[in-house]
Design a binder for this molecule. Structure first.
Ligand SMILES: Cc1cc2nc3c(=O)[nH]c(=O)nc-3n(C[C@H](O)[C@H](O)[C@H](O)COP(=O)(O)OP(=O)(O)OC[C@H]3O[C@@H](n4cnc5c(N)ncnc54)[C@H](O)[C@@H]3O)c2cc1C
Length: 399
């Protein structure tokens, strides 16, 4: 029995590893190239909607540019849908090496934000990371691609799958799924047909729905992206730009705050006539559970709703008070444009796929952020990996 997996990101690489580990014939097909981890920033394939949506096309997918944050998201919501991922989360945390980093990996900027937030009465935690502190020499480049091989990316699972005998094909975009008599029969790329008994779509929440729709299969108009801004101000010589990014977490009901440097803060300050170097900026990301009302058609439509704007403003106000308490100059405060780095919800569980992540076509499954049932407002990789482990068990049980 041959399984083809389309896409090698958080979902696809996990399924490839799990199925090949149990001896199944696996072909993993990735649209992007094989890259050096440190060059990942060259492979961003962002989408310019009203909210700019970030993602990467390369082996390992968007995990190659992640900040290395590993938290359990949507556990309760998935349990409500009859999916208990307890065991899968535990396995994922162990395999990715999720832990908080030692104090040696906390820079002055992060520490100041943590102390200031605590003094204002907020509950501040260290962010759980899939970063190996023994290999990490903090450089602030997590989301450009890890320079030291310290951060887990899905490439590790791709390599494990290859070792298990899986065939890995890069630079091959899948254009279509082949369905015969209600059963999946393979995939097509540039006119070439590759037959399969099982196909798992893991092309990410902005591409998987397009492949489903070509077959007339249902998708869901519930695109979320965990919309975020970064608010920042000047604090001379703080060097947050050289620290482990997002190393602390302050959780609110509908948004999170985390220390974050963005070059766009420097540009915004410059546009306002405040000349600073990247080393002089202290920033905090405000990331919300956005309204699930975006759509993927020929174009992607994702706007900031009134409710999203209110949440972003509330978060920015709190971020501003923390930044000021931490020593940043309030007369220099600016914010980045709105962006989103966690697209999902375009083939939701219970609507486009069933509880087994199966589509209406026999043998066709989805294992990526498309299936997530709600905006997590939190890093989703661990949840996507856990779901991919879960669907792998289902596929192995049927074969
Ligand atoms: C800057 C940034 C930082 C982030 N940091 C974190 C973090 O710290 N923690 C966290 O949990 N999440 C983080 N995320 C989000 C996380 O990376 C994504 O949610 C996750 O990778 C999505 O997994 P996926 O499997 O759905 O898709 P992806 O990982 O995007 O993988 C999809 C893959 O499919 C390939 N593909 C697309 N179309 C085709 C096709 N037609 N044929 C073949 N292949 C195709 C793509 O090239 C890609 O490799 C971050 C995202 C960004 C942008």
């Amino acid at each position: 029995m041959r399984a083809i997996i389309v896409g090698s990101g958080a979902g696809g690489a996990t399924v490839a590893k799990e199925l090949s580990d149990k001896g199944m014939e696996v072909v993993l097909i990735e649209k992007g190239p094989t890259i050096e981890a440190k060059d990942a920033s060259k492979y961003y394939a962002n989408i310019d909607s009203e909210v700019e949506i970030l993602r990467a096309f390369c082996l390992g997918g968007t995990t190659t540019v992640s900040a290395g944050n590993g938290v359990r998201a949507l556990e309760k919501e998935l349990r409500g849908l009859g999916i208990d991922l307890g065991e899968e989360f535990e396995d994922a945390e162990r395999e990715l090496g999720v832990r908080t980093l030692p104090d040696s990996h906390f820079g002055e900027g992060t520490k100041r934000i943590m102390v200031a937030a605590e003094n204002l009465g907020f509950d501040v935690k260290k962010m759980p990371k899939f970063i190996d502190p023994a290999k990490c020499t903090p450089c602030g480049k997590c989301t450009s691609g890890c320079q030291n091989g310290a951060k887990w990316s899905a490439v590790e699972f791709v390599k494990a799958a290859e070792k298990n005998g899986a065939k890995i094909i890069t630079d091959m975009p899948i254009d279509d799924i082949i369905v015969e008599d209600g059963e999946v029969a393979g995939v097509r790329s540039k006119g070439k047909v590759i037959p399969a008994d099982i196909v798992v779509l893991s092309a990410g929440a902005l591409e998987t729905p397009r492949l489903l729709r070509k077959q007339g299969l249902p998708t869901t108009p519930n695109l979320f992206v965990d919309t975020f801004i970064t608010a920042g101000g000047v604090l001379d010589g703080i060097k947050l730009n050289k620290e482990v990014t997002m190393n602390a977490l302050i959780t609110f009901e509908e948004f999170i705050l985390s220390p974050h440097f963005s070059n766009r803060l420097v540009k915004r300050m410059d546009a306002r006539g405040v000349k600073v170097s990247s080393e002089d900026v202290l920033g905090i990301m405000v990331k919300i559970k956005d309204e699930e009302v975006g759509e993927v058609n020929k174009d992607v439509k994702k706007v900031v709703t009134n409710r999203d704007a209110v949440l972003l403003s509330e978060g920015a106000a709190i971020a501003g008070s923390i930044l000021e308490k931490a020593g940043a100059d309030p007369s220099t405060f600016v914010s980045t444009p709105v962006r989103g780095a966690h697209p999902g919800g375009t083939a939701r569980i219970g609507e486009a796929v069933d509880k087994n992540l199966a589509t209406e076509v026999e043998g066709l499954y989805v294992a990526d952020a498309s299936v997530l049932p709600a905006s997590p407002g939190a890093p989703p990789i661990l949840t996507i990996v856990a779901l991919a482990k879960y669907v792998s068990k289902i596929i192995l049980n049927r074969s």
